[in-house]
Design a protein around this ligand. Sequence first.
Ligand code: FE2
Ligand code: FE2
Length: 269
Amino acid sequence: MSVLMMQVSDPHFGVERSAVCTALRRLAHEQKPALVAASGDITQRARGEQFAAARRFLDSLEAPALMVLPGNHDIPLFNVAARVFAPYRAYRRAFGKAHDTVIDTAHMRVVGLDSTRRYRHINGELSDTQIERTACQLRDAPPGVLRAVVLHHPVVASRASERHNRVHKHAAAVRRWVESGADLIFGGHIHLPFVHALRGDGNRTGWAVQAGTSVSLRTRRDAGNSVNLIRIDARDPRQCVVERWDYREHSGQFELIALSALTLDPHPD
Ligand SMILES: [Fe+2]
Ligand SMILES: [Fe+2]
């Protein structure tokens, strides 16, 4: 099964762990994902040197395609003038435009969305335009490819205590995107890995895929550093596997911890 994508979320450069970065680089070189998608909180404090370090690290993974999306930590917090007038300046210097994007690889269409808002300190938001444009991009994907959306803030919570972290307009987005063919919707922000079924308006099911913090010190008591790898069966592209790889202190490596084997629903005509 070929590795389509590696999700690297919430690296928080500035408080990254160098041993974990080394282990993740080794994993990427071994697994050779066609795409690395970094789902936000690239830095701890949106500083230029933190973005530059993140850029060097993400380039060193040597993936043929790289998608980097902003998180709430990638907007200045304490510098109010920068927050109001140029919130994405440091991000842009390292990664180019901080706006919505689409990447097509041989087996996937991936729509990346900026869910950060300068007027929201932590929470994320989707506009009606983002929701509708994404639905069109999902429907217009080349036939047979896996269809995915990536954003920083989660569209679903696995625990009641995390519901307040869901992106604003998550319910409308999930309904539209799943019925428009979304197979997987990736998020980060809460540093808690899980895979969760999502229902559209019709009969389709999609899947939310959340990742932990990939390389930072900001781990939770019950979730350490982790990344996700997405594989498909080349003979049957509707058979998809989401693998969760955790960094293990005893081995100093990322190890396969959990595996979700998903049979993806057909796309709409
Ligand atoms: Fe984060
Ligand atoms: Fe965040």
